[in-house]
Design a protein around this ligand. Structure first.
Ligand SMILES: Cc1cc2nc3c(=O)[nH]c(=O)nc-3n(C[C@H](O)[C@H](O)[C@H](O)COP(=O)(O)OP(=O)(O)OC[C@H]3O[C@@H](n4cnc5c(N)ncnc54)[C@H](O)[C@@H]3O)c2cc1C
Length: 400
């Protein structure tokens, strides 16, 4: 049987980032994941992209990941525009609402990010990888044994980063509150007649939000279009021309006509929140602990903050505390639950508020948006939240 100080179950972006942070703090880490190959990109730009906050950028910079990215493929965005599909009330968030801010965030492709993180992971002698799936965990006095279908690994601390379905969460008997949004997110990369000018735009429709996020070519946008299951089925069947025409209309031709599209990927949307973030020697991070509506582009950003928080708590404690990490893990759970739950509820409420079609409510919503657009102080505070500059910031990213 091999042994390690920390086992990370799930080698997605959250798991790999947690592994890097903990190895930087001097711990030996084994990453367990059934999938070891890098994603294959068969479109010029990945269909899966993330809006990263400046806090996430700082986390990746501290780890040497940011410099390993292909920077020619990253689009910083300097402004956000959000408007109501029903009556047109609009909010604009220019970066200069917060003096000295050049970018509100960065649109980065999944494969670019995963490649860079894996490059840095491979250069770490304290991190090793194991292919496989956890079938059982036996808790011992000063460590636990992880069973991997025939093989065994002993670890003092186990981080569950195995995504929204989290087999580890189920194995530990941690309950999860779930809600099916009855919405699907369709993602595609599209070319438009008008250039995006590095502005992130989102129109809120009753069926769900529609976002156009800038990619490096000035006429290329990454689209996240939330819709009903029935419409998503049509979107999967329809021709590219039909899709472009429907998308141009849904976006009110804000960027002129959509002239070309990639293939479409579809994600059913659900909200999930684990009832506990820790049990015994196991802590849950990222989507294993919380899955939120993608309308604010915050899911991965929250998961990265989970990773920094646990690494800083474990790194600051005496090494012997890993023999009995339960108190540390409860502190981690207390620190992260509030912020994650707040974002989960905020995105949930925004999705609901814009779904209401009653005329009196749409009037109220429109009036509220128009009024809010003139309140620079409140808008600056909202921008600070969207950039990840609020909440309980871990010390390593506090002084940006
Ligand atoms: C349409 C859409 C748009 C989004 N846009 C954004 C955005 O702009 N910004 C943002 O911050 N977030 C965004 N998100 C959310 C983001 O995608 C997720 O929060 C993030 O990918 C979660 O990362 P993770 O590492 O926790 O989980 P995952 O990426 O799901 O990784 C889980 C890992 O666990 C592994 N695994 C699975 N089962 C096992 C097992 N049994 N044993 C071991 N390993 C296992 C998997 O192979 C995988 O490597 C978006 C989500 C959607 C659906």
């Amino acid at each position: 049987m091999t042994s390690t100080e920390i086992a990370v179950v799930g080698g997605g972006l959250v798991g790999l980032t947690a592994a890097l942070l903990l190895s930087d703090a001097g711990f030996s880490v084994v990453i367990i994941d059934p999938v070891t190959a890098l994603p294959v990109r068969d479109d010029p730009y990945d269909l899966r992209t993330y809006a990263l906050t400046s806090t996430s950028r700082q986390i990746f910079s501290n780890l040497g990941v940011w410099s390993a990215l292909d920077h020619g493929r990253i689009a910083p965005f300097s402004d956000m525009q959000v408007w109501d599909g029903a009556r047109g009330g609009e909010l604009t968030f220019p970066a200069d609402l917060i003096p000295g801010t050049l970018a509100l965030g960065y649109i980065v492709e999944h494969s670019n990010l995963l490649n860079a993180v894996q490059q840095v992971v491979q250069a770490q002698s304290r991190i090793s990888g194991l292919g496989g799936q956890v079938t059982a965990i036996t808790e011992g006095r000063e460590s636990s044994t992880i069973h991997l279908g025939g093989r065994e690994l002993r670890a003092k601390l186990i981080l569950g980063c195995d995504g929204g379905d989290s087999p580890l969460r189920r194995l530990c008997g941690i309950a999860c509150v779930e809600h099916d949004y009855a919405q699907h997110a369709v993602v595609a990369n599209v070319t438009t007649v008008i250039e995006h000018a590095n502005v992130a735009r989102q129109r809120f429709l009753a069926e769900g939000p529609l976002a156009f996020l800038p990619l490096p070519p000035a006429d290329l946008s990454s689209v996240v279009w939330t819709m009903s299951a029935e419409y998503a089925a049509w979107v999967q069947r329809c021709s590219d021309d039909e899709f472009c025409a429907a998308l141009s209309a849904a976006f009110e031709n804000r960027l002129g006509a959509v002239t070309a599209t990639s293939r479409r990927l579809i994600f059913p949307l659900r909200r999930r929140h684990a009832a506990d973030y820790s049990r015994g020697r196991v802590a849950l991070l990222g989507d294993a602990a919380h899955v939120i509506h993608p309308l604010a582009g915050q899911g991965l950003n929250l998961g990265l903050r989970d990773a920094v928080t646990i690494a800083e708590l474990v790194g600051a404690a005496p090494r012997a505390s890993l023999n009995h990490p339960q108190t540390l893990l409860r502190r981690y759970a207390r620190t992260r639950r509030g912020e994650n739950l707040a974002m989960l509820l905020l995105t949930d409420q925004l999705n609901r508020i814009f779904a209401v079609r009653a005329p009196w409510f749409t009037w109220l919503r429109h009036t509220g948006l128009v009024g809010l657009n003139h309140l620079q102080g409140i808008k600056a505070e909202l921008v600070a939240h969207a950039m990840g500059r609020r909440g309980e910031l871990p010390p390593s990213v506090r002084d940006l």
